[in-house]
Structures are given as C-alpha cells and as structure tokens.
Design a protein around this ligand. Structure first.
Ligand SMILES: C[S@@+](CC[C@H](N)C(=O)[O-])C[C@H]1O[C@@H](n2cnc3c(N)ncnc32)[C@H](O)[C@@H]1O
Length: 189
C-alpha cells in the first residue's frame, strides 16, 4: 500500500504533468508520468504477487518508481529502474530520497537496449518508454514462470502490435485492463 506522503508526491508529479500538457510543452520537456490510478494498481499488483525482483523501463521523474519502490518495500524485494535522461533520473532520486524509498532502488542511467541484456531474471517488469521500443524491450527481459510484465499506454496509443506480439508467445496469458491509459498485463506460465 502507498503511504499518504507517497500519494501526495504522486499527486504533485501528476499535477505538474497536467500543467505541462495544458501548456502544450514540447515532448522532450514533458515528464509523461503514469496515471495515479495505474500507479496504485502497480503497487497493489507487485505487492499482491510478492514480486521481489522488479525492473522498470522508463522511470522518468519517478511517479511510477514511487509505486514500485513502495511495493518492493512490502515484498522485501528490490527495484532496478532504467532511464536514459539524466535530469529526470536525478529528480526521481531526489523525490524517492525525500520519501525514504531510495534504499529500495538501483538507479541505472542509460539506454535500456544496452542495459537489459546485462540484467538478471526478474519476477516483474514495467515497460513505459518510447512505444516503438516496447516489443524489443519485452523480448530482452528475462522472465521466469509466474513472472509478470505490465506495459502502459496500450489503449491511449493503440499498441495492438505489442498486444499481438506478447499474446503470440507460447506459455503466456495476457489481458488489457482499462486502467489509466490501458495496461497490458502479461503473465508467464
Ligand atoms: C512515459 S515516460 C515514463 C514515465 C514514468 N514511468 C513515470 O511514471 O513517471 C518515458 C521515459 O522513458 C525514457 N526512455 C525512453 N527511451 C528509453 C530507453 N531506450 N532507455 C531508457 N529510458 C528511456 C524517457 O526518457 C522517458 O523519461
């Protein structure tokens, strides 16, 4: 469960994102944070399945990172979060530090394309980066039986190619949930 101060930090990031959208800020300046309802769901899902080795692809300024870090605090796990843009990752570090969550997180700065092949197997992964990279990064993840991959923006961006790809894999179950911008939940059997 998220604590009140964590929900407050999520609301602050989300309100800034809404302000940036309203001002039509250029894409490179926008933080494109996860919807708060999706963050709550991610936290509940990771906690509920007891995932301990969690990877996040596209941490940005840390909204979803707060939710995943709060979850691994409950499961006695660890979160590895990847972000290519240094100022966003620095902001995430500062925010999670102020919430007492930084100790649950390994921050890696760089391109997930080069980093994911070096990471070990995980129980849970969250993909929230550039949409054209989703399939490639899904395939780079090492997920064992019982592991789960969640991808955001499935409905907002019409990511049917990603959905078809994950559902064509043997030994997976996958559903789209209309939470926030649409989450694809893929479970390895
Ligand atoms: C939609 S935002 C993530 C929002 C974040 N999950 C949150 O809730 O605040 C996508 C992020 O992915 C990062 N990104 C894009 N391509 C990447 C890559 N190849 N490797 C690592 N991060 C990447 C971007 O810099 C951006 O901050």
């Amino acid at each position: 469960m998220l604590q009140t101060k964590e929900r407050t930090a999520i609301a602050r990031l989300w309100n800034r994102k809404l302000d940036q959208d309203a001002a039509s800020a250029p894409k490179q300046e926008r933080h494109r944070n996860l919807e708060p309802a999706s963050a709550e769901f991610l936290c509940a899902l990771v906690t509920g399945v007891g995932a301990r080795r969690v990877i996040e692809v596209g941490g940005s300024s840390g909204l979803s990172t707060i939710a995943l870090a709060a979850a691994v605090r409950e499961t006695s796990g660890r979160l590895v979060t990847l972000e290519i843009e240094p100022t966003r990752q620095a902001e995430s570090r500062a925010t999670l530090g102020s919430l007492g969550l930084e100790g649950y997180v390994d921050y890696i700065l760089g391109d997930a394309a080069g980093i994911l092949p070096k990471l070990n197997e995980c129980d849970f992964a969250f993909i929230d980066c550039e949409k054209e990279d989703y399939i490639r990064f899904f395939d780079l993840l090492k997920i064992g039986p019982g592991g789960i991959v969640v991808a955001d923006n499935i409905l907002s961006h019409g990511l049917s190619e990603y959905v078809e790809h994950v559902r064509s894999r043997p030994k997976v179950e996958s559903i789209t949930l209309p939470i926030g911008k649409g989450l694809e939940i893929t479970r390895f059997l």
